[in-house]
Write a protein that binds this ligand. Structure first.
Ligand SMILES: NC(=O)c1ccc[n+]([C@@H]2O[C@H](COP(=O)([O-])OP(=O)(O)OC[C@H]3O[C@@H](n4cnc5c(N)ncnc54)[C@H](OP(=O)(O)O)[C@@H]3O)[C@@H](O)[C@H]2O)c1
Length: 239
C-alpha cells in the first residue's frame, strides 16, 4: 500500500525517530502532522519538512490537550507515537517513584490516551504504531522501570490489535539510536557511550534515526501485520 495521499500524525514527531519518520513518510507521498510540547521544536521540525506538513503543540501527559489536538487535526490515516524522554536508569534501592510514574505517564498513558482520542478520527484502512525499546526484553540492574514501560507498551499493542481490528496496531522496538534523546549527556561522554554500546552490538554500530523510521513506514504501508513488534537493534537482543 502506498502512503500517497495518506495523512500521518506523529506524536513526538519534531525530533529524532519521529522526525525521521515524518520525513520518510512525506517522501513516500504522505502528508505529515507533527506534534510535540515545545512550540520551538514544532517550528524547527516544520522548517526541515516539505511544504504541506503541519504541526501542533500539545503536552501528551495532559488528557485535555490530547483530546483538543485531535479535534484540531481532524481525520487522518496513521497514528505514530514516538513521544518520550530518556528512561533514566534507576536501581530499586534508590527508587524515585514519582520519576518512574512520570515515565509511565508519557510513554504508556500518553500513548493509551492518544489511541483512544484518535479513534473517531482514524480513517478505515489506517494503523497505529507505538514505540517500545529493547529494555522490554533485556534485563540488567537499574532497568526495572524502563523494562516496565517498554513491556507495558508491547502488551497494550497486542490487546489493542485484538480490540481495534481491522485497525492495525503495532510497535517498533529500537535498540540504542543516535538521536537528540541523548543530548543531555556531554558530547564527549555521549560519543564514548555510543562507541561502547556499538562494540556490544553484532552489527558494530548504534542505530541511526532513519534505520528505525523505515520500520514505522513499513508498519504503516503493509496490510497484514497487527499486534506485533518490529525490532531494529543491530542484533542487540540476539547477542
Ligand atoms: N534514541 C534511542 O536510543 C531510543 C532507544 C529505544 C527507544 N527509544 C524511544 O523512542 C522514542 C523516540 O526517541 P527519540 O530518540 O526520537 O527521542 P527525541 O529525539 O528526544 O524525541 C522525543 C520527542 O518527544 C517529544 N516529547 C517529549 N515530551 C513530550 C510531551 N510531554 N508531550 C509531547 N511531546 C513530547 C519531543 O518534543 P518536545 O520536547 O517539543 O515535547 C520530541 O519530539 C522515545 O520514546 C524513546 O524513549 C529511543
Amino acid at each position: 500500500m502506498s502512503l500517497s495521499d495518506q495523512r500521518v500524525v506523529i506524536l513526538g514527531g519534531t525530533s529524532g525517530i519521529g522526525l525521521a519518520t515524518a520525513d520518510l513518510a512525506t517522501r513516500e507521498g504522505a502528508e505529515a502532522v507533527v506534534v510535540s510540547s515545545n512550540p520551538r521544536s514544532v517550528e524547527r521540525a516544520l522548517a526541515s519538512l516539505p511544504e504541506g506538513s503541519t504541526g501542533e503543540v500539545a503536552d501528551l501527559t495532559d488528557v485535555t490537550q490530547i483530546a483538543a489536538v485531535f479535534d484540531r487535526i481532524g481525520s487522518f490515516d496513521h497514528l505514530v507515537y514516538t513521544a518520550g524522554e530518556p528512561l533514566a536508569l534507576m536501581r530499586l534501592d534508590a527508587l524515585d517513584i514519582e520519576a518512574a510514574m512520570a515515565f509511565f505517564t508519557l510513554r504508556c498513558f500518553g500513548a493509551l490516551g492518544s489511541v483512544g482520542a484518535a479513534l473517531p478520527h482514524l480513517r478505515p484502512g489506517g494503523s497505529v504504531v507505538l514505540t517500545s525499546g529493547t529494555a522490554a526484553l533485556r534485563a540488567a540492574p537499574g532497568w526495572t522501570v524502563a523494562a516496565g514501560v517498554c513491556g507495558a507498551v508491547e502488551s497494550m499493542v497486542r490487546a489493542m490489535a485484538v480490540e481495534l481490528a481491522p485497525l492495525r496496531v503495532n510497535a517498533v522496538r529500537p535498540g540504542v539510536v543516535r538521536s537528540p534523546l541523548w543530548s543531555r549527556m556531554a558530547e564527549a561522554e555521549r560519543e564514548r557511550w555510543y562507541e561502547r554500546t556499538a562494540s556490544g552490538v553484532p552489527l558494530g554500530r548504534v542505530g541511526e534515526v532513519v534505520d528505525v523510521a523505515e520500520a514505522y513506514v513499513f508498519l504503516m504501508r503493509q496490510r497484514h501485520a497487527t499486534g506485533t513488534v518490529v525490532t531494529v537493534d543491530g542484533g542487540t537482543l540476539v547477542a
